[in-house]
Design a protein. Structure first.
Lengths: 339, 306, 331
């Protein structure tokens, strides 16, 4: 394994639960993945699957109460972020692991000039002096493609468009050249033509800086264009984990298949879109067996009894489904025999 | 922005005229005939009528009003019935004192109120929060004169560490300013708390945390600046209540300010002084409100355009 | 599908303008105006689905609202079955509204949280008086059946339903009054992909069942491709291209349409394609660029584009585009 592809972030068995008066919400319930240097990992899923909570958990930004990291490890440079002190965590946030959020309109402080919002991170983490930090902040704005950065740095967010604000967020996140960038739905709130610009920008900067990127999105198109590997989440678990191409050309898990089939595709003609019956189980009341079983066209009694593990197949794809285990063939044989 | 200030200034004119109108006509409702009062006890009917003629009190009210208005714009607020001195002179002597009192009281309101509000907001629903809010509730509910008298009794009479009355040193300022400012402080505390709680929930605070900023930087630099914007309006509005409160506080602590002047004049039926004093207080209020409006508008513009 | 022979024009929009005044700071400066929709004309044929696509600020939602007179248009004509809608008084307009219904984007905000489903449907029917009181219950159950909601839904409140279900309620409400035309304003944008699929299938089914005409407003070209017969692309208050769906997607003529199509991230990593990534931001609709509004971001812009506004003209059959160089660019 070359140094270029060494793992920088390893998440093992991460669990984040919320303790509310309605009960315990197991929003993230056992997540495993590895991010390597220079790689883009996509975490994809529909609303409520736990992908945003996963990213917030990595940086320990979960509001606590009522949330709590209930188990697992997040290994970064040999340290477990889950057990780190708050002070040590602060040194990592915005410095070695940065995050950009979905809503550029509300994610920047409305009364502080954007240049200052970048400069303060530089002063804090890199120990720069005021003037130095300001010059670097303007440089960052130039790097992310904002015209007249010296002028813009003194402006407040309301004077910038949505696309520009997102660029500012990126500049802020990358100012201290982090090892990992977590992008939580960075383009969902933007127009499609601006979205293309921003994704292109992130890709460029990733190549320049050599960081790992975790791209969280519900948009499979975005995943296809930007990610090297994909983890598909459903009801708090990863149900399929594979290189991007394999997910699209040969999806294994019935949920992934259902998701891909329900997409209206620009380059194909479809009469009727395929849909997935039923709805996502509540995180307060998760079923005992496979969480997708009740909606699965291939469901069997085995699926309802026990939750399958995330198992790696011969082609390197990891999938959490009984169909890809020996138990399945035994089960169906049994059924055949009985019939 | 300049346009806004200009427009507001223009708007102030009808307001000021309206104030003079209201003040004048309210005075007409006060029982007691000024001519009789001026003539004194036991004056003959002819004397009273002569005085009435002389003062022009038998002209139609509207005429009297316009005359009054003209005088006001020329700086003539009338003449005291007691000492025949121009009312404006008396006002100008007392005004600075009241302004000082108001100034210190507002400082108390702001400093105490915001501090309490921030402390509560940082640890919501904790024991600190509940106790501070309880004290705030008391501050709003307890009558200020009772509060003032209690403090005077405790600190000046019993403990003898603060003077009872007068206005000579900084020590004289403490109790009156506290009395006057406490009610406003309580309101500001509650307002600050709720505003801070709302701001802390915003996305940009989450971004600030994600940057690894220290908690106190997040509270004071990022949250407070946004949270204080609605609080500023409240403080501005409090000023009006404050002016009204000076009447009581100056009387209790024997301070020679505008409020006390008005109270004494009422007691002595010195109507021109009462009229002049009320007019002066109203004008101050209008001016202060203008400043608050401009100030608020300046801050709001950034939020509006966001 | 509607064949060319059967094409009857249901709605005709002529030179529609919708300007919104912007508060100005000074009495000396002229009042600024947002030209949200700036002189557009198009037809809507009976039984078809015409989609209006564009990015934020292009005027697509404003067009929908203007047609329904939810905002009074600044200028222009809207002819429904030959009748000029804009000249009707309140009473006449109200009667017409039964024919023109709308489904909004936000399934959370467009239903009154204090009304049960029964109440919502009943109110719709009562206002338009399409069904007599005794028959209403029967009709309500029928409607729920069409949109795939259970009978029990009648006594429940909006907050007890999911986003997709609320959208179904919105559709049922629109259907309750026997409409001819339904305007869908980003009707599926707020829904998860799998729910979106369900709703799109439902809309298609209902269109066939009730011979409905749809004006489908969306920013999502993939959805638009799936559901439309014809597509209209808008940019900064102007129409830049109108065509049959197949023609628009297979051979787009306007540079903006091409850029739009190539910006969409495609869930197919194997597909190789040429991407046109536009530079710069969308200009402000208060001060739109001179000449062709797209010239500031167009990779092919010339001096002519800066000074002269191109007219919407028919290039190939039923394919309209407003670009000076559409012929040359399509080579």
């Amino acid at each position: 394994m070359s140094e270029k592809n060494s793992p920088i972030l390893e998440v093992k068995g991460l669990k984040t639960h919320f303790f509310t008066k309605h009960g315990v919400s197991k929003a993230v319930d056992g997540i495993d993945f590895t991010l390597r240097k220079g790689e883009t990992l996509g975490i994809v899923g529909e609303s409520g699957c736990g992908k945003s909570i996963t990213s917030l958990s990595i940086l320990r930004l979960i509001p606590s109460p009522p949330g709590k990291i209930a188990g697992g490890q997040v290994l970064y440079k040999g340290k477990d972020l889950v057990t780190l002190s708050e002070d040590e965590m602060r040194k990592i946030r915005g410095n070695e692991i940065s995050m950009i959020f979905q809503e550029p309109m509300t994610s920047l402080n409305p009364v502080i000039p954007v240049g200052e919002q970048i400069a303060e991170a530089l002063r804090l983490h890199q120990g720069m002096r005021k003037k130095e930090a300001w010059i670097k902040a303007v440089e960052m704005l130039r790097l992310v493609g904002i015209p007249s950065p010296e002028k813009r740095a003194k402006q407040e967010p309301f004077q910038l468009s949505g696309g520009m604000r997102q660029r500012v967020m990126i500049a802020m996140a990358l100012a201290c050249t982090p090892e990992v960038l977590i992008a939580d739905e960075p383009t969902t709130a933007l127009d499609v033509t601006i979205q293309a610009q921003i994704l292109e920008l992130i890709k460029d900067l990733q190549k320049k800086i050599g960081m790992g990127v975790i791209m969280i999105t519900h948009d499979l198109g975005v995943v296809s264009e930007t990610c090297d590997k994909v983890a598909v989440m459903y009801a708090g678990n990863i149900i399929e984990h594979a290189p991007t191409e394999k997910i699209f050309t040969n999806p294994k898990h019935p949920y992934t298949q259902g998701l891909l089939n329900s997409l209206p595709k620009i380059h194909e003609d479809q009469e009727e879109l395929q849909t997935i019956e039923g709805s996502v189980p509540s995180p307060y009341n998760l079923p005992a067996g496979c969480r997708f079983a009740s909606r699965c066209p291939h469901q069997k009694p085995l699926c309802h009894l026990q939750k399958p593990d995330l198992i790696e197949q011969n082609d390197g794809v990891k999938v959490r489904c009984w169909m890809y285990t020996d138990e399945w063939t035994k089960h169906t044989e049994k059924e055949g025999a009985v019939k | 922005m300049m346009m806004f200030i200009f427009r507001r200034l223009i708007q102030t004119i009808p307001v000021v005229i309206g104030v003079t109108f209201v003040v004048f006509f309210i005075m007409q409702l006060v029982p007691g005939d000024p001519a009789v009062l001026l003539a004194g006890e036991g004056a003959s009917k002819e004397t009273v009528n002569a005085i009435r003629e002389q003062l022009g009190l038998n002209r139609p009210l509207l005429v009297q009003y316009f005359d009054y208005l003209l005088n006001v714009f020329q700086g003539d607020f009338g003449t005291s019935l007691k000492n025949s001195q121009p009312v404006l002179d008396e006002i100008m002597v007392r005004l600075p004192i009241t302004m000082e009192l108001a100034f210190f009281s507002i400082i108390i309101t702001i400093v105490l109120g915001m501090a309490a509000g921030i402390i509560s907001a940082v640890k919501p629903y904790s024991l600190t929060d509940t106790s501070v809010m309880l004290v705030a509730l008391l501050g709003i509910s307890l009558p200020s004169f009772w509060f003032g008298l209690m403090m005077m009794y405790f600190f000046s009479v019993k403990l003898q560490i603060l003077p009872v009355a007068g206005w000579d040193s900084i020590l004289h300022v403490i109790l009156p300013a506290l009395t006057l400012g406490a009610g406003g402080a309580a309101i500001v505390a509650r307002m600050t708390r709720s505003s801070m709680l709302e701001v802390i929930r915003q996305d940009y605070i989450r971004t600030a945390r994600a940057k690894g900023l220290r908690e106190h930087v997040i509270i004071y630099k990022h949250a407070l600046r946004n949270a204080l914007i609605p609080v500023i309006t409240v403080v501005g509005l409090q000023f009006g209540a404050l002016l009204g409160g000076t009447v009581l506080v100056e009387s209790i602590f024997a301070i020679n300010g505008l409020g006390r002047m008005i109270v004494d004049a009422i007691r002595m039926r010195d109507l021109p002084v009462v009229q002049g004093g009320v007019l002066a207080a109203s004008l101050i209020f209008v001016i202060v409100n203008l400043f608050v409006d401009v100030f608020y508008r300046f801050f709001n513009k950034r939020i509006e355009l966001n | 599908m509607v064949t060319a022979a059967e094409k009857k024009v249901l709605l005709k929009v002529e030179h529609l303008k919708q300007y919104f005044p912007v508060k100005s700071d000074s009495i000396f400066k002229p009042k600024a105006v947002v030209k949200a929709v700036d002189d557009i004309s198009f037809h809507l044929y009976e039984g078809e689905t015409l989609s209006i696509v564009g990015e934020s600020g292009c005027g697509k939602s404003t067009t929908g609202r203007a047609i329904l007179r939810l905002d009074e248009p600044t200028d222009g004509n809207v002819l429904y079955s030959g009748k000029d809608i804009l000249s009707l008084n309140n009473k006449e307009m109200r009667k017409l509204r039964g024919d023109l219904q709308v489904i909004f984007q936000d399934p959370f905000a467009s239903l009154n949280p204090r009304q049960t489903v029964k109440h919502i449907l009943n109110e719709a029917m009562a206002i338009q008086n399409v069904v007599e009181k005794p028959k209403r219950m029967e009709r309500m159950l029928e409607l729920l059946g069409y949109v795939g909601l259970p009978q029990e839904a009648l006594d429940r409140y909006p907050h007890e339903f999911s986003g997709g279900q609320r959208q179904r309620i919105g559709i049922a409400r629109a259907l309750a009054v026997d409409p001819k035309l339904i305007i869908c304003d980003e009707a599926v944008s707020a829904l998860d992909v799998s729910i979106q699929a369900q709703i799109l299938n439902l809309l298609k089914k209902l269109q066939n069942q009730f011979q409905l005409t749809f004006l489908f407003i969306s920013h999502d070209l993939s959805v638009v491709k799936h559901i439309s017969d014809r597509v209209m692309v808008m940019y900064l208050g102007k129409i830049v291209e109108i065509a049959d769906k197949k023609n628009l997607f297979d051979s787009p003529l306007h540079p903006y349409t091409k850029a739009l199509l190539s910006s969409i991230p495609v869930p197919n990593p194997v597909l190789k394609r040429e991407r046109v990534i536009l530079k710069g931001d969308v200009p402000s609709p208060i001060n739109p660029p001179s000449g062709c509004r797209f010239h500031t971001r167009c990779p092919f812009a010339t001096e002519k584009c800066k000074s002269e506004e191109p007219a919407l003209r028919e290039l190939t059959e039923n394919h309209f585009v407003s670009c000076h160089f559409a012929e040359q660019l399509s080579q």
